[in-house]
Design a protein around this ligand. Structure first.
Ligand code: MG
Length: 161
């Protein structure tokens, strides 16, 4: 068994499409980033890389590299999932918390869970998705940013000793 933890935060700005959890969400503001800024997929990717001891998403896809400019984070996550499988691990479960004052997450949670499960190649039952506001406090509470924190558990059935 291996555990991994991931966290990410991006700024919300006007005039950017909002990509969150692999979904395009109708919103007057979107997440700023070198890629599409999808904090949820970035935090999941970091948790997976952490669990297999493979560094972080910034090392794998540097924001100084033009190849990743405007990149679909789902594609970046697919590459990470491929590495997890190549290392001999399968995903046991993912526990994810989205910290966002806006937009409201309730309407998107079920679809996002399905989307993340599809991207990770697991059943939706392996994904738990929680959404919290920040009670009006700090940048997230003011609606200036969205953050995500994730814990994943992996299982390696190739270990024989
Ligand atoms: Mg990020």
């Amino acid at each position: 068994m291996r555990i991994g933890q991931g966290y990410d935060i991006h700024r919300l700005v006007e005039g950017r499409p909002l990509r969150l959890g692999g979904l395009a969400i109708e919103s007057p503001v979107g997440l700023l980033g070198h890629s599409d800024g999808d904090v949820v997929l970035h935090a999941i990717g970091d948790a997976l890389l952490g669990a297999i001891g493979a560094g972080d998403i910034g090392e794998l896809f540097p924001d100084t590299d033009m190849r990743w400019r405007g990149a679909d984070s789902a594609e970046l996550l697919r590459e990470i999932v491929r590495r997890v499988a190549a290392a001999g691990y399968s995903i046991v479960n993912v526990d994810l918390t989205i910290h966002a004052e806006r937009p409201k997450m309730a309407a998107h949670k079920a679809v996002m869970r399905e989307r993340i499960a599809l991207l990770l190649g697991v059943f939706p039952g392996a994904i738990n998705l929680k959404a919290k506001t920040n009670e009006g406090l700090d940048a997230i509470g003011r609606g200036e940013a969205i953050a995500a924190s994730v814990v994943v558990l992996l299982f390696n059935d190739q270990v024989t000793e």
